[in-house]
Design a protein around this ligand. Structure first.
Ligand SMILES: [Mn+2]
Length: 409
């Protein structure tokens, strides 16, 4: 069978709303024309609570896709929820759609409409001419809970089928953010193909001797170096284990680094202009150009003396220009610096928040009886605040010997 492997559409993404729509549409259209079935590795939506117009946008995209001529059919599903179609579009929720366990998430709407199958913590078996493909999905969850969740779920391959493990997490080899992040060798064995989302640039690797693929997002979101490549999706042939990457027409992104060491503001201006002009002349359809200034500027000048707005404005018809001066400014707090740093751009602000939260709690010598993600979710859920805060404090203070503060009303 030919499996189309797609991920991270981020429909509704505010900054490039039209790009997100158009590029997802093209990927879905091409994929449904050239594959027997489809797997989508999470983050179809950019939000946990998409606005009605964004939900409608996604519904209309998937309505069209699900009506395509897929020769394969879903013949078995073992999830807790119901499915409403046998069209072989198998998806999982990503970190952007993730809600507290057990709550309805935005891709359930697409599942209910019968436009795809939400295979979160479930297996869907697809068949065509006697060949079977079994997809086991695990929706995106907090990194520190992924290993224990996998242990609990203990996904096993189905005999006589081509087995795919579909998930949405960071993987240490490609995004070494903390010790909680899973390593390739820790993924369950026995699958014929491993498909991951979450990371927005393309990855082709091996896991337990089998192919491990991340198609990357269909839309630019993070503006980091890895997103300079063209966007698209994979088509995988289960018979030969060969795959190809299909490009889509996507807005291009370029990073231009300018070393400003010892240069005056006007010299920097002409360096920057030169870099932008060169890329703009390549004729891409309104690319995004991120200029990063690095080094220490000439003595006697401050970074604020470098006025570059006129330059970016003068190219505003042909390019979206972003100029980053943080490489030449004084050191900020570690957190602010990390956030600006390329390394963390792949991590959602929420995951980053959970990380800092966990660190601070540990620093104070407290231990958590409940997972920091769950606590963070509860605290940010906006529901039953008094009870949640009381529970949270009880669990944090349990071992510290401190008394529970009396709630004031
Ligand atoms: Mn994503």
């Amino acid at each position: 069978m030919r499996i189309a492997i797609l991920s991270d559409f981020h429909i509704g993404y505010d900054r490039f709303r039209e790009d997100a729509h158009r590029q997802a549409e093209e990927a879905l259209e091409l994929a449904s024309q050239s594959a027997d079935m489809m797997v989508i590795a999470g983050d179809i939506f950019d939000y946990r609570h998409p606005k009605p117009e964004v939900t409608v946008e996604a519904l209309s995209l998937f309505k069209k896709t699900a009506a395509g001529r897929f020769s394969a059919k879903v013949i078995d599903f073992d999830g807790r929820g119901k499915i409403y179609t046998d069209v072989p579009i198998i998806a999982i929720p990503g970190t952007h759609e993730r809600r507290t366990d057990g709550e309805i998430d935005s891709i359930d709407v697409l599942n209910l409409a019968g436009y795809l199958i939400n295979a979160n913590q479930a297996r869907a078996v697809v068949e065509k001419d006697g060949e079977k493909v079994a997809v086991y999905g695990v929706g995106g969850i907090a990194e520190e809970r992924f290993k224990e969740t996998l242990e609990k779920l203990d996904p096993k391959p189905v005999e006589g089928a081509f087995n795919v493990l579909l998930f949405h997490q960071s993987v240490y080899e490609f995004l070494p953010f903390g010790e909680n992040v899973i390593r390739l060798e820790e993924l369950p064995e026995g699958f014929d193909l491993y498909v991951d989302g979450h990371i927005h640039s393309r990855v082709e690797a091996k896991c337990h001797g089998k192919n491990f693929l991340i198609p990357g997002s269909t839309v630019l979101t993070q503006l980091k170096d890895g997103e300079q490549e063209e966007k698209g999706f994979f088509i995988y042939d289960t018979k030969t284990n060969e795959y190809t990457f299909r490009k889509i027409n996507s807005r291009r992104f370029f990073v231009a680094k300018v070393n400003v060491e010892g240069l005056s503001p006007s010299e920097i201006g002409s360096e920057v202009e030169g870099k932008i002009a060169k890329i703009a002349a390549e004729g891409h359809d309104k690319p995004i150009i991120r200029v990063i200034l690095e080094g220490k500027i000439k003595d006697g000048f401050r970074s604020m003396d470098i006025g570059l707005k006129d330059i970016s404005d003068s190219y505003s018809k042909n390019a979206i220009v972003e100029i980053t001066k943080s490489g030449i400014e004084g050191k900020d707090s570690k957190e602010a610096e990390d956030l600006r740093n390329g390394m963390l751009e792949n991590i959602s602000i929420r995951d980053y928040g959970v990380g800092i939260f966990l660190e601070k709690v540990k620093d104070k010598g407290y231990s958590l009886d409940i997972g920091p993600s769950l606590l963070f979710d509860l605290l940010s859920s906006g529901e039953k605040k008094e009870i949640v805060i009381k529970k949270a404090l009880e669990s944090i203070l349990a071992d510290s010997g401190e008394a529970l503060p009396v709630a004031s009303r």
